[in-house]
Design a protein around this ligand. Structure first.
Ligand SMILES: *Cc1c(COP(=O)(O)O)cnc(C)c1O
Length: 434
């Protein structure tokens, strides 16, 4: 774009969580294809972030484009109250078939955060006819569920996503995050705190929500799937609605189609987003089954109190249809395991650095946890110079590539992280916050 327009944008268009006085200068991107972002100044960057965890099959996947093009010409939008269309019906049927057993029903919404709001409403409306005092939520520390108020209320306030808005957000009940990491030996004592919280707050808790196996924005932490199995049993014993937020983990990211599959469990409600459309356009889905359907029907409203304007938008659901077809068109599981092997092999040696606390890899996610909070702008300036698009946050430098990334591009991401850390060790890059 021309300089005048770029200057206007830099002064007046807000970016996520960025300083309004001294923002990180946004780069002018003109095109994206495969795993590459093309900037207006001619630079090309390998996208190791999958467009914020969504573009799992790469940019511009032909199957997704073809579904959307067909739909665009036919009908890009109609209201969903009183109308149904084939792409919505087809995506709903496919989602209920591919998700764990019992998740027969689908509610489409606009974004991940909104899906979480809907899941919370479902749980509260379910409890209304059974025990109306159950209106609060139980969750674990280290979680992230989105930026709308209900979603913020179950996001760990310590994660830095709520700033000074705490007073504005409903107060929920937090317990420690699942303590046993993925791959470590299981210990049944790890469930004591959840059990105690359910016992103590059983008259107040409508539901228990968490991200299965991988806590994403809370720091790329992977925990033992046995926690989910035990939590499934405990929540059933207390008739507390079990909500698994698969917005980041869904569609293969952790190496299984859904992270719940690691535990072989089915939650009462599952939220999906991000990779649902292969990152083409915003769409989310809330899956649930008989129990919630009947419970919500017994509530005084007799229907779920939610109905977005763009519910099941035909263009968006056709993108989801394309993305589900794309997922079937290649061996995503083999791709994710291949990426996992490379990331494990290449990131492990970085743990020897005095600046690094730990490295962690699961599926197509590789994280380097630093010992101090990182300086995102300084790191990003270095990394773009190396030809990669990575956006470190908190204490975490991480690689979250599209499944279709080539080894060469993946290794470019890894090498630039290595160079970043060695540059910091030598003092030539100031990668930590002052
Ligand atoms: C990204 C994310 C959300 C929020 O999704 P948006 O589409 O950004 O609103 C919710 N839950 C989890 C686990 C996420 O990673």
């Amino acid at each position: 774009m021309n300089n005048e327009l770029l200057t206007f944008a830099r002064n007046h268009v807000w970016h996520p969580y960025d300083s309004l006085k001294d923002p990180i200068p946004a780069l002018d991107v003109v095109r994206a294809a495969g795993t590459t972002l093309y900037l207006s100044d001619g630079r090309e960057l390998t996208d190791g972030m999958s467009g914020w965890w969504s573009v799992c099959h790469g940019y511009g996947h032909p199957v997704i484009i073809s579904e959307m093009e067909k739909q665009l010409r036919r009908m890009s939008h109609v209201m969903f109250a009183g109308l149904i269309h084939e792409p919505a019906a087809e995506v709903a049927r496919r989602l209920s078939a591919m998700t764990p057993q019992g998740l027969s029903d689908v509610f489409f919404a606009d974004s991940g955060s909104v899906a979480v709001e809907i899941a919370l409403k479902m749980a509260v409306q379910y409890q209304e006819s059974r025990m109306p005092s159950r209106k609060r939520f139980l969750t674990v520390r280290g979680g992230y569920h989105g930026d709308t108020l209900g979603a913020m209320s179950v996001t760990d306030p310590g994660n830095g996503f709520s700033g000074s808005l705490g007073w504005y957000i409903p107060e929920q009940i937090f317990i420690s995050r699942p303590g046993i990491p993925f791959g470590a030996p299981w210990d049944a004592g790890a469930m004591d705190e959840l059990h105690e919280a359910l016992e103590r707050y059983q008259d107040e808790i409508a539901g228990f929500i968490l991200e299965p196996v991988m806590q994403g924005a809370g720091g790329m932490y992977f925990y033992h799937p046995e926690y989910l199995r035990a939590a499934r049993k405990l929540t059933r014993d207390y008739d507390v609605i079990f909500i698994c937020d698969e917005i980041a983990t869904g569609f293969g990211r952790t190496g299984e189609m859904f992270a719940c599959d690691y535990a072989g469990i089915s939650p009462d409600i599952m939220t999906l987003g991000k990779g649902l459309t292969g990152g083409m356009i915003s769409l989310s889905a809330v899956l649930t089954g008989d129990k919630i359907r009947e419970g919500v029907h017994r509530s005084s409203a007799r229907a779920l109190m939610h109905g977005p304007t763009f519910m099941a938008n035909p263009l968006a659901v056709s993108a989801a249809l394309g993305s589900l077809k794309a997922l079937e068109s290649y061996d995503w599981r083999a791709r994710v395991h291949h990426i996992e092997e490379i990331l494990k092999r290449e990131l492990a040696p970085l743990a020897a650095s005095p600046l690094v606390r730990e490295t962690r890899v699961l599926g197509a996610v590789g994280a380097v946890e630093m010992r101090q909070p990182v300086h995102t702008a300084a790191m990003q300036a270095f990394l773009t110079g190396e030809g990669v698009w990575l956006r470190p946050f908190g204490n975490i430098v991480y690689i979250y590539p599209p499944f279709v990334i080539t080894d060469e591009d993946l290794l470019r991401c890894v090498r630039s992280v290595e160079k970043l850390i060695s540059g910091m060790e030598k003092g030539v890059i100031r990668g930590f916050r002052e």
